[in-house]
Design a protein around this ligand. Sequence first.
Ligand code: GTP
Ligand code: ZN
Length: 205
Amino acid sequence: MADPIFTPQREPEDVPPYDHERAEAAVRELLIAIGEDPEREGLQQTPARVARAYAELTAGMRMRPEDVLTTTFDIGHDEMVLVRDIELWSMCEHHLVPFTGVAHVGYIPAESGKITGLSKLARLVDLYAKRPQVQERLTTQIADSLMELLEARGVIVVIEAEHLCMTMRGVRKAGARTITSAVRGLMHRSATRSEAMALIHSPRH
Ligand SMILES: Nc1nc2c(ncn2[C@@H]2O[C@H](COP(=O)(O)OP(=O)(O)OP(=O)(O)O)[C@@H](O)[C@H]2O)c(=O)[nH]1
Ligand SMILES: [Zn+2]
């Protein structure tokens, strides 16, 4: 049996348009289910607000990595590029509550020196984060899309995150951080991987 944690997501072109009306109705139902009165003053606009918020929090379902890795340059730089401590907010697909932390994304450009703008790496993290996720899949998707679209010779993605489903409910282990990594291509070389890890963990100035 396939592990339900790793079931693939729909491809963006197969995702139907966001249904605001349905989302609103569902939030209203949820309010009723928990025993609230959706007509009381403070809650009247809540279904519409939540529906808008979820549209934003799931916008990455309808985006492809090529939509954000739009700018690439051939500058002949073929050494490692690493952006660390990229702020990350995602939503666990099991409980639909946030997980938050940082992503570190490094790559070794193609021999041609094809690179992308640094902000695009952060945009790529955001794209995959704005979907119902598991941290492992998020990590893998970022790594694989960089390998493919930049034709990178190597990639490392490390994500350190705290899952609110483990903090505010359930086992209630505040401060427990989950660390996942995805390593591709030349980053498997131990010296290169050690260099990346040293950069990720070097003290901030
Ligand atoms: N591997 C993985 N697990 C996750 C992630 N986010 C949440 N989970 C886990 O998914 C599991 C779902 O387990 P279930 O037993 O079906 O759900 P539950 O009864 O709410 O589990 P508890 O959280 O232990 O109360 C939990 O152990 C969560 O901690 C993630 O990104 N990756
Ligand atoms: Zn969860």
